[in-house]
Design a protein around this ligand. Sequence first.
Ligand SMILES: [Zn+2]
Length: 216
Amino acid sequence: MIIFGFRGVRMTRDTGTFECLDCQRSTEYRLRALRNFFTLYFIPIIPLTWQSGNEEVQCLACRAKYPAGILDGSWPVEHPDSLQDSFYFMIRRFALVPMLVAGGIVQESDKEWLCGLCWAGYGGQVDLEQLDAEIEYVQTHGVDQSMEDLAIVKDTLDETQKIEMVTAAWRMGIVDGRLEPHEWKVLAKLGESLGMSAESIDNAITEAELNYPSGH
Ligand SMILES: [Zn+2]
């Protein structure tokens, strides 16, 4: 019996130079992506199409990995001044905005709530043009796919920051009252992308409910 199938293999799709955020200078990178292969007895034989998404850029000097958007400037939308700024950017981009977009049509009042949350605890005043760009990014790529970038950068976050991110998403979600099923899905996807266990996600939410009874 001949066993054949298909699978994705991560391989270098392109190389070049870019501005590495870690090295803070121009370095060489390789762009790695998943390519579909036709397999025979589980061995990839014939290269087929490249999969969209799931691309990562690796700095060949420091080995840091970034979402592919770093090459065309779509990630991060704004170059952060400090690690703390970059954490607040991640809170907006992976917690607040996906929760906002998951709710369907984005209302001005929802955007105001998001800005209020940022003002109160996640980085201060939000540039509205920048926020619109982030919303558009998540709308275009879809909530799930836009969170895949998080898997690449999650190791730069400690446990407290991961909990803070889940808390922020939860606070954004309860803007219109209790969390709805599609909002729970965003929370679950966020926790999963952060590599958190179901138990630590639950704990973070229980804690948030105690600390922010009305989201504020
Ligand atoms: Zn580097």
